[in-house]
Design a protein around this ligand. Sequence first.
Ligand SMILES: [Zn+2]
Length: 384
Amino acid sequence: MSAPQAAAAATVKCLVWDLDNTLWNGTLLEGDDVALADGIREVITCLDARGILQSVCSRNDHDPAWARLEALGVAGYFVVPQIGWGRKSDAVRRIADRLNFAPGTVAFIDDQPAERAEVAHSLPEVRCYRAEDATLLPDLPEFNPRAVTADARGRRSMYQAGFRREDEQARFTGPHEDFLRSLEMVLRIERATPEELARVEELTQRTSQMNATGVHYSYETLRALLAGPGHEVLVATLTDRFGSHGAVGVVLLERHLRAWRLKLLATSCRVVAFGVGTVLINWLADQAARAGVHLLADFRATDRNRMMEIAYRFAGFTGVADQPCDCWSEIRVRQIHAGGGEDGAEDGDGTAGGIQLLHLLAERRRPPTTLRLIAADLTSGAPG
Ligand SMILES: [Zn+2]
């Protein structure tokens, strides 16, 4: 695991709360008039604002426990609550699975040592905390993400909209394309502003399956690219009638006279089913065709990003050795690593540092049929 990935894994993405004598004082089933323990409301709202999701895992009857959370005004903060009588480790695992989070990014807080031990035994990666330490959590490094972006602040409502969308999809009986059209999706592709770079960085950190080079760009590197000539940093955001998906894609593009080179294309795993990667690639091909340039794309195989290679190949990209063209021979291969710029030696088949260069003779493409695209005009920019 590379250093940036390790750092990302250290941050808790979801905190799972026990209820009786942890979130609230007293035991609901014994008839106690339970109330939130001191400082708990502040912890909940603070973590929520940082984009850390929260859930509930409690031995109780579901309906009265949930009604009490509603009465206390905190029910809306929790996603995929697990209130029932099974093992807590099973409930925590269900939460992680439903959110598609690795157990190592999930935390659990409970007043009962036996419950913490049971969870820790079955899920050793899950971090367990004592109820008496609840108000200390916001000060711990693992509950302090490095950057709190607009997407982080809206993360909980994005997940809640996502579950409503999934429910609707489960009920939908027609073809997948018809379901996609029913979502009334709007994809915006815009040049990133300096204020948005934290968002872009966060997205490159959170994408692994759909990251064409597996490189996680730092804020500093992105800022340098934005300031440098001949580069485009583009952000794609997706909304539909259920709400916003936030930033779902990032494109780093290097302009040359005869070709545009995609240094990075990464899309959020959450929107793979909506075809966002394909829409982005087709849009880039269309823009390149309008500008009269070819498209080149950096690709580096990782153990997670096979889907990205399929998306490029499906769009018509080939290895530069398979389709000789002199548009790329003039380009000195420059690799930008997460730590800063660095020249890479290139050999004859267009590979450098494990990065393979893919090539496309760009032609005009039809606009997407499943979503509305609102995009910047790249043909207006001057080549660097
Ligand atoms: Zn070419």
